[in-house]
Write a protein that binds this ligand. Sequence first.
Ligand code: PMP
Length: 408
Amino acid sequence: MSHNLNIASIRNDFPILNEVVNGKQLVYFDNAATTQKPRLVLDALAGYYEHYNANIHRGIHHLAEKATSAFEQSRKRLQAFLNAEHSEEIIFTYGTTDGINLVASAYGRKFLKEGDEVIISTMEHHSNIVPWQMLCEEKGCILKVIPINDEGELLMDEYEKLLTERTKFVSVVHVSNALGTINPIKEIIAKAHAVGAKVLIDGAQASSHIQINVQDLDCDFYSLSLHKIYGPTGMGILYGKRDLLNAMPPYRGGGEMIKEVTFAKTTYNELPYKFEAGTPNIADVVAAKFALDYVDALGKPNIAAYENELLAYATEAVKEIEGLRIIGQAKEKVSVLSFVIDGIHHQDIGVLLDQQGIAVRTGHHCTQPLMNRFNITGTSRASFAVYNTTEEIDKLIQGLHKVKRMLG
Ligand code: PMP
């Protein structure tokens, strides 16, 4: 697959790429943690605060109406982005973590009972482990874990063996942040549905690389963060099937999520507001639309094709670093290169690369059980986005040679 992107022009859209770090031009390879934001997203944020900052839904004045309209346009934009059937299936959250907690809490507490089983996988981010552990502890449910192979791929046969009539919920990551593995979620969802279980997909890492179609996937819930898709921090969305969302109790109580409040009884608002208590991150929601417009203008297949080129280039290039081992060699993976180097601590690699202006992430990447599976305490991770280049990867390789010379 080839792309038709003008990378030099794309780089110009991201002002932060001109930053100088430790005397060197910034090389930003920490995109799996958060992507940088294009100028039009920054302008949208400033434009909101400069021209129509107001609280939404409750006001009748001009600014409130303008802010409400922009906020709801973002919802429609996200509906299209995921191909959801109804706009009220898009719930604004504070991010992937918040969406998963919403489902574990509101769906889990109402519909799961003692002895029921929840399945997650070995490669989950802590945000898709801990909420389910908390639920299982509270309700007396059993948490089961799909194992993986040494390449970092789910063992689908083992998954099938875990599925029983007691399985009530399956919650798996679409793309692993620590390995880059793309999981076969359509198959995972179909198999879970065959035993009557509901499925949540943690889409935090997938949504910037892969076209998501929630109707085709038939997932019950899909949670993501906009800050990983060139959008602002502090906001994300939870997609949920309308019937399920309607059947769930609210997650948080407060303003906006109610129909009528008396001291005797409160009735709840309709979707999506039932799940949106309090004042949301209005500016960030409004600006998120522009991030999605940006991504769609480039075209996700183009972005993926280019990022795959970068990944292939980097995967080949790191072979010249003696003692370097890639963690996560799945056949299907996104542009995440996680690695360890014999005898050198990942944190030292991160510090020395930073001295050369190169930003990578080091540590357990909020996936401690996954690190345990590979008998390591952490990795160094370079994760590539559409504005990265092969020249930057060359700098990474030079940087790693320097690390080896100093510490190897
Ligand atoms: N799941 C995965 C796979 C992630 O990579 C992340 C972010 N690192 C999260 C969940 C949590 O996302 P957030 O911190 O935006 O809530």
